[in-house]
Design a protein around this ligand. Structure first.
Ligand code: 13P
Ligand code: SF4
Length: 321
């Protein structure tokens, strides 16, 4: 339970959050990897693409993003005149950190004539050196809008980039980055689960390594995996992504059985993103009350980063509808 002070109950915090939200006309968005109580209290829950699509249309003066920092930055870049708050500003992302802006700029400069595609899990400064931003929910469709022989740099996730290369027949130049959560799922552990549950479908996020993509029944973003599970005739699913998504899967499909995939290392909670789980009900209440911590993006960076994000939104207008 994401409550920091045991003297305050989750119910008290939820009541205070509801009141503050109303008083201030704020809206709360949460990613599927947030703890269940944050997903339940949010006005909108979604994958990275949905959160960006929703942020672009909101008219509230205060937007609270329960997610990691790059998600707050994306909302701020799309809504520069609004106050964008994040319950814990130290909620980073190992994948975004695997792509330092100065090194990425050097890489881009060393490859003139390439179209630069960046995954949304990047800092605003990396987006500022990008032609089109993508998420795992639209990367394939967006790459397919480009001519087959277009020279493309794709960063920072080597696994998602490799997956897109495989399914589109491209040869994009990949940045060598990865997510520490998605890279540690155990192929052997999943094969063992498949023996135990022979009818189970394997749902894999494209940030996972290639062997896991190969054994998957479905590869996709959190929203894509959720939709597949709801629409499938199967009743059991092995879920190979951060375990927070299981909450919405179980809510939407209460009669189905969802099994979190095991990590390589036994006895650890490595299938949880520690950054995502830094946000708590207490921090959400405090941030609504204090209107702080606020996400800021330097205007000169935001002016450049907004273009590839808007390009993504226009190229994926029909996805998630
Ligand atoms: P989605 O865009 O699939 O929600 O994923 C975001 C993320 O951080 C994956 O690790
Ligand atoms: Fe970043 Fe991985 Fe956490 Fe997603 S799960 S926010 S990619 S560290």
């Amino acid at each position: 339970m994401a409550v920091d002070n045991p003297a305050e109950t989750a119910e008290q915090l939820k009541e205070q959050i509801g009141k503050l939200k109303k008083e201030k006309g704020a809206v709360i968005m949460a990613h599927y990897y947030q703890s269940p109580e944050l997903q339940d209290i949010a006005d909108y829950v979604g994958d990275s693409l949905a959160l960006a699509q929703i942020a672009a249309k909101l008219d509230n003066d205060i937007i609270v993003v329960c997610g990691v920092h790059f998600m707050g930055e994306t909302a701020k870049i799309l809504c520069p005149d609004k106050k964008v708050l994040i319950p814990d500003p130290t909620a980073g992302c190992s994948l975004a950190d695997s792509c330092p802006p100065d090194k990425f700029a050097e890489f881009v400069d060393a490859h003139p004539g390439y179209t630069v595609i960046s995954y949304v899990n990047t800092s605003a400064a990396v987006k500022a050196r990008t032609d089109i931003v993508v998420t795992s929910g639209n990367a394939r469709e967006i790459v397919e809008t480009l001519p087959q022989d277009e020279k493309i740099i794709f960063g920072p996730d080597r696994n998602l980039g490799g997956y897109i290369n495989n399914v589109t027949g491209r040869d994009m130049l990949l940045w060598d980055g990865a997510c520490h959560v998605h890279e540690q799922f155990s192929l052997n552990g999943i094969m063992e689960l498949k023996k135990e549950y022979p009818g189970a479908k394997v749902l894999v996020h494209p940030e996972c390594k290639k062997p896991l993509q190969i054994i998957a029944d479905k590869v996709g973003s959190t929203a894509v995996l959720l939709k597949y599970a709801c629409e499938s005739d199967a009743t059991t699913f092995i879920v190979v992504t951060e375990s927070g998504i299981l909450h919405e899967m179980r809510k939407k499909c209460p009669d189905k059985h969802f099994i979190p995939a095991p990590p390589e290392q036994t006895g650890c909670a490595c299938n949880e993103c520690g950054y995502m789980k830094l946000n708590t009900l207490t921090k959400l209440r405090d941030c609504l009350r204090d209107e702080w911590p606020e996400v800021t993006v330097a205007p000169e960076i935001a002016a450049k980063a907004v273009r590839p994000i808007e390009r993504m939104l226009s190229l994926s207008a029909n996805i998630n509808k």
